[in-house]
Design a binder for this molecule. Structure first.
Ligand code: GDP
Ligand code: IMO
Ligand code: MG
Length: 424
């Protein structure tokens, strides 16, 4: 068996949580391979809504094991709150969730460093979720980090103190940055105690054994391709590899073990936080999309920036990830428009191109649009793709021609049930 991958092709919040939940019955394992509590994955079913940050979106289904892989960074405080919410509604988290011993821990001082760094950047700030993601991955690559497996070692507290000392030293360089560490440490150590009750494994062995035993695994991406540390809109990115390649390093599965790659995108485009966004609409139309799509961050509540779909950007993401099939989300949101715009190319320094340029930060990049007819009717009650309006099916076919990958799922509402299978 191979590991299938589902990941975001834009700037995050494409609807990964919803589709992982929809696909989970086809799998034995759902695994997160990167990111941490900067993610907010929303699931809606049976008139209930849940937002997951660290836990894979397969957690609500019986007989499925959810794995937090070595590439993930974990904040025990956020994790505890998240698990307690699930326990409160009767989800058997203990039996359904396991952790890699190699996943890194977010310390309270990582969160402080994140805040200090963002404040120091002023108007150039990344717009981080301030969950400590960047500083934790810096300590990982700097070979100073603490891992889940360390929690069970006798010298855990010493290791913690050594890293904390280093952080306190760095924080001194941020003039005027004040903090109260002990207030943050108490819930953190409570979170560590809580974490000790859960199963921790060498997940690379675990995953590969599962594959040998013909078990089906779906890897759930966090963030999106344009937030990838290498291929995103650097420096306005997150600090992990959000792309298919991240599955290999974040779970310990070889590239030859990757199966389907399901790329997920909105029928338009959004971004939360700073950084370039070529098709952004800073007008009433952008506001209409934000209101209709309820585009406010699942983790921070910040308004998401909205714009039209961007084909050069999606082509780039499809190339980097080796996408084999696509899910198009939030088609229902575009129902308010009689005409929909598609950015097919960019004009960069006077030249028309559909290739993503090195720098789109502040460079003269102008989207070239094509207008297509909208469906302009309510889609949220649709139960089959065949009964979808012709204008929607034309939109799907047109995108498939441009992107050269089949769109297998069209989503027409936030609920699990509002999911159309195209048969493409
Ligand atoms: P993720 O981070 O990729 O899992 O996405 P988020 O959960 O952050 O954001 C997606 C938002 O859109 C959530 O509020 C979902 O409930 C919602 N959503 C998902 N699919 C659809 C859809 O097809 N239509 C509408 N209207 N909302 C959707
Ligand atoms: P999901 O998994 C959307 C953005 C932040 C910021 C940048 C860096 O729900 O799609 P970080 O906290 O990683 O230092 O922030 O990345 N960002 C996200 N945007 N969805 C996410 O996750 C995001 N996780 C981080 O807004 O611009
Ligand atoms: Mg999200």
């Amino acid at each position: 068996m191979k590991v299938d991958v589902l990941l975001g092709l834009q700037w995050g919040d494409e609807g990964k949580g919803k589709i992982v939940d929809v696909l989970t019955p086809d799998y034995n394992y759902i695994a997160r391979f990167q990111g941490g509590p900067n993610a907010g994955h929303t699931l809606e079913f049976d008139q209930k809504k849940f937002v997951l940050h660290t836990i894979p979106s397969g957690i609500f289904r019986e007989n499925v094991l959810n794995i937090i892989g070595n590439g993930v960074v974990i904040d025990p405080v956020v994790l505890k709150v998240e698990i307690e919410k699930l326990l409160a509604v009767g989800v058997n988290v203990k039996e359904r969730l396991i952790f890699s011993k190699k996943a890194h821990l977010i310390l309270p001082s990582h969160r402080l460093l994140d805040a200090a760094s963002e404040t120091a950047k002023g108007k150039d700030k990344i717009g981080s979720t301030l969950k400590g993601i960047g500083p934790t991955y810096m300590d990982k690559t700097g070979r100073n980090g603490l891992r889940v497996g360390d929690v069970f070692e006798a010298d855990f507290k010493e290791k913690y103190n050594a890293l904390l000392e280093k952080h306190i030293g760095i924080l001194k360089h941020y003039d005027g940055f004040e903090y109260n560490l002990s207030e943050l440490e108490r819930p953190w150590f409570e979170g560590i105690e809580f974490l000790r009750q859960f199963t921790t494994v060498d997940s690379e062995h675990y995953m590969n054994k599962a594959l040998k035993a013909n078990q089906k695994i779906l890897a759930e991406g966090a963030q999106g391709t344009m937030l990838d540390i290498d291929f995103g809109t650097y420096p306005f990115v997150t600090s992990s590899n959000t792309i298919t390649a991240g599955t290999c390093t974040g779970l310990g599965v070889a590239p030859t073990k990757i199966g389907k790659v399901i790329g997920i995108f909105k029928a338009y485009c959004t971004r939360v936080g700073s950084g370039p966004f070529p098709t952004e609409l800073i007008d009433g139309v952008g506001e209409q999309i934000r209101q209709e799509g309820r585009e406010f961050g699942s983790t921070t509540g910040r308004p998401r920036r909205c714009g039209w779909i961007d084909i050069p950007q999606l082509k780039y993401a499809i190339m980097i990830n080796g996408v084999t099939e696509l899910s198009m989300m939030k088609a229902d949101v575009l129902s308010i428009f009689e005409t929909i715009r598609i950015c097919t190319h960019y004009k960069v320094n006077g030249n028309i191109t559909d290739e993503y340029p090195f720098s789109i930060c502040g460079s003269a990049i102008e989207p070239v649009y094509e207008d297509v007819p909208g469906w302009n009717c309510n889609l949220t009650g649709l139960t089959s793709y065949e009964s979808a309006p012709e204008a929607l099916r034309n939109y799907v076919n047109y995108l498939e021609n441009l992107l050269e990958v089949p769109i297998t799922i069209v989503s027409v509402g936030p609920d699990r049930s509002q999911t159309l299978i195209t048969g493409h």
